[in-house]
Design a binder for this molecule. Sequence first.
Ligand code: UD1
Length: 364
Amino acid sequence: MKVFLVAGARPNFMKIAPVYREAMKHEEVSCKIVHTGQHYDYDMSEAFFKDLEIPKPNFFLNAGSGSHAVQTAKIMVAFEELCEKERPDVVIVVGDVNSTLACSVVAKKSLIKVAHVEAGLRSFDLTMPEEINRMVTDCLSDYFFVTEESGRENLVKEGKEKESIHFVGHVMIDNLLYQAKRLDEKTMKGFSTYKLKKEKDGYAFLTLHRPSNVDTREAFSEIAGALNAIAEERPIFFPVHPRTEKMMKQFELKLSEKIVLLSPLGFKESLFLWKDAAVVLTDSGGLQEETTALAVPCVTLRENTERPITIETGSNVLGGTKKDSIVNAYREAMARDRKTYAVPPKWDGLASGRIWKVLLESPG
Ligand code: UD1
């Protein structure tokens, strides 16, 4: 079975790592990594390949940044050429970034089977580019690998055949558990934030990059107001995404001095910080789930989430995007008893194995 495993942007890399590792256990599988180049800075891409133990991509499409149309089109043109030349049997796409949509459309039109890992999640918010990417990818996929019950329900409601929906758990959690075991003292001592973490007890950890949160002055200022208020109670570590850095400069936003600005961090160093945080504040999809798996309180800086299981299991509080709603959610998260949190079904580190079992037993 000849398989292309597609990744383009930072959150994809955590998801392909365990799927690739598992593929290596099957002699009958030839698994090639395709990197679209959606993310390209060392900190956003190559550093993750090293950290996550993913080999260099077999194919690099060099798409780069651009408007949604430009970026998606560049990926599609390059991926179509590659598919015509190589003719894989299956293309595996993960998550919901532009690379996911671009490569699923091209594969399907090239009469190649599409497997979507993390299928069926819905925020029902069409102002979010990722929601459109999720919907289009799920319109075309042949295999739906879902992470939580809501994913299965959404796909059934959309008329997908039950036999093509596979509740396998979460490859992102496979990666998290694998990496957490490798976070030894020697590795931790090598981190630039090693000392800082020891000095700042009870810190919060923040990530922020959604266009709806950072691309307008009004939205970013509201959130900054909440962050500055929380920083009066505890220091906040903030690795800054390139998009966010650009907008902060453009708006000349003032953040509290108690918010420690950091460069984008590798996977292990980020984990090293957030796993012991008093609370994580984030607008990332993945971090909502990772904090759930390790029972770390999380406040999601969004009006909705496509990952409702993280709310149901108790660790995640939806904070909205207004100053008061965020501060209130933060208070609620801090007041909850962590011992009551639950880990979602099948988030056990074995999802990638389940995916390959399906692909090999029912190759379509
Ligand atoms: C993309 C994904 C988003 C994901 C996020 C994680 C889509 C629609 N969005 O958003 O779902 O949560 O990745 O990071 O696919 N840039 C750099 N260096 C890079 C990459 C980007 O400086 O390596 C800058 C560029 O100025 C670019 C901007 O960041 O214009 C945004 O990058 P882009 O890939 O368009 O979207 P993200 O916001 O990263």
